[in-house]
Design a protein around this ligand. Structure first.
Ligand code: AP5
Length: 221
């Protein structure tokens, strides 16, 4: 299969990160998660991390130029010809336009955009139960996708923690932010073709199978 360059779009907690981790390891792609990159910057105490902190804790978006610069640098660090999944980026029309221009300069093109669809009630249930590995960022859910040993990552044994922005109060701001600033990307990408919706309410294995089908079919076009 030629290198896939994918965008995973969708509301918070819709399973973008979970499916990006699965697809990346299955197809040998690199997952570039904007949220993970920002959390790492914060952990390291960098200038970008310090700038992003208040936005992330409030559930609003960090400035477009900051995140676009970070993500394009991530793409530049990849080996030539390696496929990637942009997970959580772009999140505004301005970011999508900047990405398009940045990729054009690098003579690259997005091959498929997948939009994860999930109702708000289910989003809240999933986010409240989410636990993330401190060491490798693998994602679990105490109700739906629990680790084999409570509090420990199956993959690396790292400690699991609950994200600060995974509280009920911040979730409602994140949902509002999604509706106001990110949902318009559905129209933006629908008009450009190679856009597919995925029913994210299914179990993780069924969603994975649906994502894989879309990516395989798209690779033949
Ligand atoms: P980010 O980390 O990107 O958060 P998000 O988009 O809100 O997405 P999530 O990580 O919450 O959810 P997800 O869709 O990856 O779901 P997951 O797979 O974990 O961003 C955090 C913050 O950083 C933002 O608020 C913003 O401040 C900033 N930021 C990031 N990108 C930015 C950008 N581009 N521009 C500006 N600011 C930006 O799944 C959720 C839970 O459900 C897990 O517990 C999982 O185990 C479980 N689960 C997954 N799939 C299933 C399933 N099929 N069935 C049952 N449970 C499931």
């Amino acid at each position: 299969m030629p290198a896939a360059r994918l965008i995973f779009l969708g509301p918070p907690g819709s399973g973008k990160g979970t499916q990006a981790q699965r697809l990346a390891s299955r197809l040998g792609l690199v997952q570039l998660s904007s949220g993970d990159v920002l959390r790492k910057e914060r952990q390291e105490g960098s200038a970008i991390g310090r700038q992003a902190a208040s936005y992330m804790d409030a559930g609003t978006l960090v400035p477009d130029d900051v995140i676009t610069g970070v993500m394009l640098s991530g793409i530049d660090r990849l080996q030539a010809g390696v496929g990637f999944i942009l997970d959580g980026f772009p999140r505004t029309v301005a970011q999508a336009e900047a990405l398009e221009a940045g990729l054009r300069q690098r003579q690259l093109k997005i091959t498929t955009v997948l939009d994860f669809r999930l109702a708000d009630e289910e989003i809240i249930n999933r986010i409240i139960g989410r636990r993330v590995c401190k060491a490798c960022a693998a994602t679990y859910n105490v109700s739906f996708l629990p680790p084999k040993v409570a509090g420990k990552c199956d993959k690396c044994g790292g400690e699991l923690f609950q994200r600060k922005d995974d509280s009920r109060e911040v979730i409602s701001t994140r949902l509002e932010t999604y509706r106001d600033q990110t949902a318009p990307l559905i129209d933006f990408y629908s008009r450009r073709g190679q856009f597919h919706s995925v029913d994210a309410a299914l179990g993780a294995d069924a969603v994975e199978a649906a994502v894989l089908r879309v990516v395989e079919v798209a690779s033949r076009c």
